[in-house]
Design a protein around this ligand. Structure first.
Ligand code: PMP
Length: 356
């Protein structure tokens, strides 16, 4: 098979060995005589699968003892609502892109929410300096989007916070080691670094997850405590997707864990940014230098015609998913964990020789 160089922002490239293992195990999973697609989610066999996924992810994240992991549904978008529903109204939001704007807007449907920092006027080219935030001490949480998938910006380090820090890490979870203890709660749609779409990872301090702080009207299905007490099996989860995530976690661990991912991601991103910086007359990076994302790299060319020709030439080389998000245009290359260096090299070489 002639696999494409897949630069999609999500769903995005998965490691080939994961796809092959999922395929090989589809009909007869783990030699059990039935497919994971056909298993009861209440069976011992599936409990072993979800348990393995949870334990591997906990090891990868060096999860502190007072934290736990939930596998939920509804995407990161459902977390925009669940966070204020569970942690309480009045959250402080840093809006660094379209997804954090959506998180803030959804929080406002639940109750009060305040924006404490944004660079929307400058079209989301940077994230705040660690000491730039004035977080109200009465806020139940501070919400940040650690990597802005559409604009291509990322926090080099997360802000320190006296109130629980809540992070949408949809597009940079598992891309490098993090100190989980700095966060109250992390959530991420799986479809970039963690597996197929349909699963949302929630990693939180046990007290935040288990002690409901919202209003009585919040439905049981939207309360973290419901899912925490049921070990993420309150209702039927997407069993196959959880299985696929566990294969991705195994793959990351076999590569050397998050430190290895970080090294590789750094090299891949540097390869592309170097060309952008070397050829400023051709490529204009969107993100400011100190806020550049290693996961989603965004740039424009001098004219829409040059951008179209660049995309056409990339397509002829087998590259897909490079058109920028419809709200910003230009080019976006997503270089998640599973993106091989060879694909990055194909793109970087084209950038080196391209004439606008
Ligand atoms: N947050 C971020 C940072 C994202 O990149 C995305 C999707 N690309 C979302 C939230 C929305 O995720 P979902 O589609 O899983 O709801």
């Amino acid at each position: 098979m002639n696999r494409k160089h897949n630069f999609n922002a999500g769903p995005s490239a998965l490691p080939l060995p994961v796809l092959e293992r999922a395929a090989a195990n589809l009909v007869d999973t783990k030699g059990l005589g039935l497919s994971v697609l056909e298993m009861s989610h209440r069976s011992k066999d599936f409990e072993a699968i979800i348990g393995h996924a949870r334990e591997t992810l906990a090891r990868l994240l060096a999860l502190p003892a007072d934290y736990e992991i939930l596998f939920l549904q509804g995407g990161a978008s459902q977390q925009f609502a669940m966070v204020p529903m569970n942690l309480g109204a009045g959250g402080a939001y840093v809006t660094t892109g379209a997804w954090s704007q959506k998180a803030l807007a959804e929080a406002k449907t639940v109750g009060a929410a305040r924006e404490i920092w944004t660079d929307a006027d400058e079209n989301f080219r940077r994230v705040p300096a660690p000491d730039a935030l004035d977080v109200p001490s009465d806020a139940p949480f501070l919400h940040v989007t650690t990597n802005n998938t559409i604009y291509g910006t990322e926090y080099p380090e997360v802000p320190a916070s006296k109130v629980p820090l809540v992070a949408d890490m949809s597009s940079d979870i598992l891309s490098r080691p993090i100190d989980v203890s700095k966060f109250g709660l992390i959530y991420a749609g799986a479809q970039k670094n963690a597996g197929p779409s349909g699963i949302t990872l929630v990693v939180g301090r046990r007290s935040l997850l288990r002690e409901f702080r919202g209003q009585p009207w919040v439905p049981k299905i939207l309360r973290y405590e419901t899912h925490a007490k049921a070990d993420s099996l309150y209702n039927t989860p997407p069993t196959f997707n959880i299985y696929c995530c566990s294969l991705v976690f195994d793959w990351i661990e076999a590569q050397g864990g998050l430190a290895a991912m970080a090294r590789l991601n750094e090299l891949k991103a540097r390869r592309i940014y170097e060309v952008i910086d070397r050829r400023p007359e051709v490529f204009r990076g969107h993100a400011e230098a100190g806020s550049r994302s290693r996961m989603n790299l965004t740039w424009t060319l001098p004219t829409p015609e040059a951008e179209k020709r660049f995309l056409d030439e990339a397509k002829a080389l087998g590259c897909v998913g490079l058109a920028g998000h419809r709200s910003v245009g230009g080019i976006r290359a997503s270089l998640y964990n599973a993106q091989p260096m060879e694909s990055v090299e194909v793109l970087a070489s084209l950038m080196e020789r391209f004439q606008p």
